[in-house]
Design a protein around this ligand. Structure first.
Ligand code: ARG
Ligand code: MN
Ligand code: MN
Ligand code: MN
Length: 312
């Protein structure tokens, strides 16, 4: 099977350096080699990581409260093209981030490609401790990694092309085809947005209550059969015990097996068209490098499960 690889060394959607080093660290740990040799994918695209130094402007003052707005906008626009061209060829696409702002580009790319190739709207499964659905105005931090879903659903709008105005209706997703799993740190403004738009969300409370098996079943039922699925996985969905090296850790998260199970289940639908793995930050290591090593192992495991490793 053909697999497009996009390695995104980008950290501008938030304030902590280091998340841009994740793709090379994942690749050095042997992830792509395993996908090639053990899972038998034919890889297309990056074995090297983009730094985007050429397209990120030096002077990038806040706009509508967003930090690094032009940089994030131009990187995600470029990414959208990359993901689109893989998906248009019928390849599954794996994107290694980078912070979660990059999902603006990856999801915009698959949304457009699937409309053109299959005439279908994609569904998005967003696995995260956070909802990342702030509008520029509702955000306290101004960090764009907390806003991607609002741009992708059209809840946040902007006409100027250098500030995400390049997003066209073809690039957007429906709030009805969006499902969250793992939420436990949602801002008050985001709760309001989720409620007012009737967005399906399974929090850690739901996982405790129903178990991960039922939650994934309900999430997939909500999406419906035969819908192309984009899985956007923020490693901070996992408990910091399994993924300590991440910029905004929140206790009380998924176990490694629960995370892997989500990925395995989505793979098993046969409808998976794209996977993002984001927010691994190897430089935020607790206890020497142990935390970073563990987090990289966790990230690799999630990706391999999404690509079919553990199914017999
Ligand atoms: N809700 C907070 C914000 O908007 C945190 C977002 C964390 N997002 C992430 N992708 N880790 O700033
Ligand atoms: Mn998160
Ligand atoms: Mn996130
Ligand atoms: Mn398979």
């Amino acid at each position: 099977e053909d697999l497009g690889i996009v390695a995104v060394g980008f950290a501008g959607g938030q304030g902590k350096p280091g998340v841009d080093a994740a793709p090379s660290a994942l690749i050095e740990s042997g992830l792509l080699k395993q996908l090639r040799d053990e899972l038998n994918y034919k890889l297309h695209g990056d074995d090297q990581v983009h730094s985007y130094a050429d397209i990120v402007p030096k002077d990038d003052p806040p706009y509508r409260n967003m930090k690094n707005p032009k940089g994030v906008s131009s990187v995600t626009q470029h990414l959208c093209e990359q993901v689109y061209s893989h998906a248009k060829e019928g390849r599954m696409v794996l994107t290694l981030g980078g912070d979660h702002s990059i999902a603006i580009g990856t999801i915009a790319g698959t949304a457009k490609a699937m409309r053109e190739r299959l005439g279908r709207e994609i569904a998005v499964i967003w696995v995260d401790a956070h909802a990342d659905i702030n509008t520029p105005e509702s955000s306290d931090s101004g960090n764009i990694h907390g806003m991607p879903v609002s741009f992708l659903t059209g809840l946040a709008k902007e006409d100027k092309p250098e500030y995400f105005g390049w997003l066209k209706p073809d690039n957007l997703i429906s709030v009805k085809k969006l499902v969250y799993i793992g939420l436990r740190d949602v801002d008050p403004g985001e709760k309001k947005i989720l409620r007012e738009n009737g967005i399906k969300a399974f929090s850690m409370f739901d996982i405790d209550r129903y178990g991960i098996g039922r939650v994934v079943e309900m999430a997939l039922a909500h999406i419906g059969n035969d819908t192309p699925i984009h899985l956007s996985f923020d490693v901070d969905a996992l408990d910091p015990m399994w993924a300590p090296s991440t910029g905004t850790p929140v206790r009380g998260g998924l176990t490694l097996r629960e995370g892997d199970f989500i990925c395995e289940s989505v793979h098993q639908t046969g409808s998976l068209v794209a996977v993002d793995l984001v927010e691994v930050n190897p430089s935020l290591a607790s206890e020497n490098d142990l935390g970073a090593h563990e987090t990289l192992r966790t990230g690799s495991s999630l990706v391999r499960c999404a690509l079919g490793e553990s199914l017999l």
